[in-house]
Design a protein around this ligand. Structure first.
Ligand code: PGA
Ligand code: ZN
Length: 410
């Protein structure tokens, strides 16, 4: 049973405050610290209440802890419902979703440990799913809200290995591409100073097309070296560019919805993009649907800000075919239960899911376990301490469980 719950304030990777929670079963402890976003979706749960981490810690001590002490930690779904009830709002604006997520995942970790299971095994039992090694999407070039004005307008230029023999080799392939792109940038851009963004992708003054050309060059070389294909991908984070009537481009003409759809289609065709996240504004379900229908199964069209890991929004999107892939960020919704529900709705509608880090991360590796338990893709950068914490955990899980790679074929 839960004997104690402790909280502390610590750093995330951007040097901001975040909350860590420990759920103590009397020696067996589960611990989780929450990440934070920079390009936060309008429909996400509220990460921190007014009063910040201190307020969340206060509420956990005074309202959550008294209700959870003595409870069986394997009652994950009941505990998650109770967290919602204690919060009492629609969007965790009182407790903060970073606090509720931390209590929720720390509880699952404690329970798993107590049962002698790895977290991914424990979650697989909760969901009835078969573990598989997700393909890693690595952030290679970074701009938008994750870097300064001089960077690319599109937030993330990513790579993903196709048909890798193992998760470990896939993880190293992304890191090799990252290194190679660094070499190309140093050679081709005299002013390049080796700077990196929040997720450790390179920051450089490039147009969208120039960034994609550099990626193509790098993946060509690294694919040959590793012996399997690597493809490019984008997170457009288009809500950040949408001003209510057009998508604003600093290095290019503004685009209305139609021409944005044209532009993305063109990029998919020209650069054989494997995956495109948030190509349109977070409220444009119709635009998403139009693009997804146009692209068919040629590429993964993924919704992040449009769905915000919210099962109702995902369901609404699924009814009109707004995407074929759903991004999953636990603190967008505030509990493990609702995170798993979101995955369930997506998978029921034949969508892939991608479990994702946030730009302001901690060194926790729980998302690797969630991804292995029930997703096909993990999006957690290519290099950097808080990113490699997850990628290295993936390698450990793969070795431990002899688990197959999630997506095979193109
Ligand atoms: P974040 O965004 O800054 O909100 O974590 C990353 C993303 O858009 O995927
Ligand atoms: Zn995104």
């Amino acid at each position: 049973e839960i004997k104690d719950i402790r909280t502390r304030k610590l750093l995330n990777s951007r040097g901001e405050e975040t909350i860590e929670v420990e759920v103590d079963l009397g020696g067996v402890v589960g611990r989780f610290s929450s990440p934070s976003g920079a390009s936060v979706g309008e429909h996400e749960a509220v990460a921190l209440p007014e009063g910040g981490v201190d307020k969340s810690m206060d509420l956990i001590d005074n309202e959550v802890k008294p209700r959870l002490l003595g409870r069986d930690p394997t009652e994950q779904f009941e505990i998650d419902s109770l967290l919602k009830e204690i919060d009492g709002t629609e969007n965790f604006s009182r407790l903060g979703s970073n606090a509720s997520t931390a209590v929720s995942i720390a509880t699952a970790k404690a329970a798993a440990k107590n049962e002698g299971m790895f977290l991914y095994e424990y979650i697989s039992v909760l969901t009835g799913s078969n573990p598989s090694i997700p393909l890693p999407l690595g952030n290679i070039i970074e701009g938008g809200e994750h870097a300064g004005e001089g960077a690319t307008e599109i937030q993330e230029f990513l790579t993903i290995p196709v048909n890798p023999p193992s998760g470990q080799q896939a993880v190293f392939a992304n890191a090799l591409v990252h290194h190679e792109v660094g070499r190309i940038l140093s050679k081709e851009i005299p002013s390049f100073g080796g700077g990196k963004g929040d997720e450790l992708g390179w920051v450089a003054p490039l147009t969208t097309e120039a960034a994609l050309e550099i990626l193509q060059k790098a993946i060509g070389k690294i694919s040959d070296k590793v012996g399997f294909e690597i493809k490019t991908s984008l997170d457009v984070a288009a809500s950040e560019m949408w001003d209510g009537s057009v998508y604003k481009y600093r290095r290019d003409n503004d685009r209305d919805t139609e021409s944005q759809i044209e532009f993305i289609t063109q990029l998919i065709n020209d650069y054989d993009l494997y995956y495109v996240e948030d190509p349109l504004d977070e409220n444009d379900f119709e635009g998403f649907s139009k693009l997804t229908k146009k692209i068919g199964d040629k590429s993964l069209i993924c919704g992040d800000d449009i769905f915000t890991t919210n099962k109702e929004r995902i369901q609404r999107g699924m009814e009109i075919g707004a995407a074929n892939t759903v991004l999953i960020k636990p603190n967008q919704i505030g509990t493990l239960k609702d995170t798993l529900k979101a995955i369930e709705v997506a998978e029921k509608n034949n969508c892939y899911t991608a479990v994702s880090h946030r730009s302001g991360e901690t060194t926790d590796s729980a998302i690797a376990h969630i991804a292995v338990a029930c997703s096909e893709i993990i999006k957690t950068g290519a290099i950097g301490g808080e990113r490699t914490a997850k990628l290295n955990e993936l390698i450990r899980i793969e070795e431990n469980g002899n688990i197959p790679v999630a997506i095979t074929g193109d």
